[in-house]
Design a protein around this ligand. Sequence first.
Ligand code: AMP
Length: 392
Amino acid sequence: MAHDLLVLNAGSSTLKFALFEASEARQTNEGREATHGLPCLLRGEIDLHAPAVQGHDGALAAVLERIDRQLDGAPLAAAAHRVVHGGEHFSAPVLVDARVLADLHRLESLAPLHQPANLAAIEALERLMPGLPQIACFDTAFHRGQPWVAQALALPAAVTARGVRRYGFHGLSFESIVAQFARHDASLVEARVIVLHLGSGSSLCAIDKGRSVATTMGFSALEGIPMGTRPGSLDPGVLLWLADHMALDTRAIEHMLYRESGLLGVSGLSADMRVLEASSDPQAARAIDLWVYRIGREIGSLAAALGGVDALVFTAGIGENSASARARIAAAAAWLGVEIDPAANREPRPRISTSASRVAAWVMPTDEEGVIARQALALVARHPRVTGRGSS
Ligand code: AMP
């Protein structure tokens, strides 16, 4: 009987994978909570730009080879994928078929760095393992319960009716942080928390009692704070100006906004925070100053949406690894009552604020793959025929 679940998180430059043991006995006997501690048998990451790797097909073939060795030839039960944009229709994990795939392709222009890569992995896996059940889990789904004002754009109703509204992203990451609250501090479960997902793509989420109430990214993966190569929120007048005065068409503007802006655009040096922090170039310092300033302002905005803040949580590549970035952001939020303990921040300990700090500050590792596995198994448990496991 096939038991194991392959999780794929396919980005534009890397393919992250994880293999989870997901035996039927574990699900039925231990219930939903047990899936939080789902055993991970194998985890890794393949650089899609490495010379030996030939696109998604080549990377996937390498992953499947490793998995085959690990499982000693036993078949997989299913595969589950991170899909960045679920649009209006997909607010929960879904079994992928040709119609679902066609719907998801229509959302590509809203996340051009990620959605095509996510779907390429699904299609490559269908070629390599035809008939394997594949489940899509969405970054947008965590935000679908937000109040309508947080999801709305003040545009004509006819435009809104076509799905032009705020969706929010990084939901799988935010959900993985919420899943850790009880383990760290029971009071976080009921608290008003701002989670800062700071990686090459970044967004902040206001979470009240475990639910998303507001987030900095909206319709596309461009809104909010500056990122590695994206500018974050812009006056829309800038786009009109670029079209009128620099004669840029939509594809050229898209390229500028997704690939040439943010930390890279301002510094002229790199999108990588490690490079900027190590640089003595004044433009690198300005890029970081602008990034910190904009994050500080968004913290204020999310604090207003929450009506106060009890805790900040830092996560993802920069949030988990840069003590200096955390210290500077905490200083920008000092007016809220955030006080960092420098020694705890350097280590870092999970809790990095002083005992006197009115707002607690934490560092927690994101685990998108773990959330994808849990969501996919919950779907399989509801529909056992997906993996041919049950007769019920
Ligand atoms: P992610 O998208 O979450 O994988 O984050 C990737 C980004 O994290 C990289 O582009 C780096 O800018 C940043 N990063 C990783 N490690 C460090 C570090 N030790 N210090 C500062 N930034 C880091």
